[in-house]
Ligand binder design. Sequence first.
Ligand code: NCD
Length: 326
Amino acid sequence: MNNPLPQFDAQGRLRHLLTLDAMPAAELEALLTAAESLVAAPGEPVHYPPALEGRTVATLFFEPSTRTRCSFELAAKRLGAQVVNLGVAGSSTVKGESLADTLYTLEAMNVDLLIVRHREAGVCAELAALAGPHTAIINAGEGRRDHPTQGLLDALTIRRHKPDFANLRVAIVGDIAHSRVARSTIAALRTLGVADLRLVGPAEWLPDDHAPFGGAAQFTQLEEGIAGADVVMALRIQKERMQSAELPDFASYFARYGLTEARLAAAAPDAIVMHPGPMNRGVEIDDEVADGWRSVIREQVRHGVAVRMAVMLRLLENNPHPHDMI
Ligand code: NCD
């Protein structure tokens, strides 16, 4: 499949990070390996060479975020960049011309990297098409379509625990249809060689179109779907992307799909449990599992900082020219 999005330059170098769809395996591996070398040890002081000194990073979030926004900011600051955060969460009116103008305004201030979260798919590609030669765009989660840095941090987390991707069984549980995390994580895992991917959830949340989900097998019964799985990933119910009539009764959802220690007996004995956060405890996952020995949920968060550092370094290494003086 050709990549229709302008995330590579004419030399095939990554210019923007918009999607993991059709991302070459070598590029994914390079990003994961770079990220792995940047993972901070728990509780240790964090010291990195200031490779982004003199660079400016702006975050522009039109949807709420805790992990993604904070980790981009910390990643940029730990590498010595200056960071400006535009607090536009909640606003859905800033788009079209005004979003383009926001880009031009930030470019006039020599912003090198613009990190964007938006409820509409396609906004980051539009901005990438408008961006000047020295500005890179990173998609920090767009509609229900892409969340590439989440896909990378999930792949890194799995790789650190279960590196034999060819023999891995991965089950993703919950609200698949509305999930950009599912799509990006699946894109990464497929490219990295995971053959046995399973989607588990209520029929109405399993995608009709199998292609963007890597043709993964679908299950409506939890125990059947997670049987023998090495990795079980729960997803948040994306209430904000549903009409109220589509919302489930949370107690009955938990009864059928909530991850509990008892139900995880169906998975591989050493299965790890993941969740991109934010979690709805008692709906998607039981406290005992979220805080238990199988959970790598906080590692995912830790890896998110490293992945975002690696992505920023990669994009700016591929675009080393300083801004022209205005
Ligand atoms: C996810 C997102 O925003 O897509 N959160 C995150 O970035 N860790 C998942 C979610 O909101 O459910």
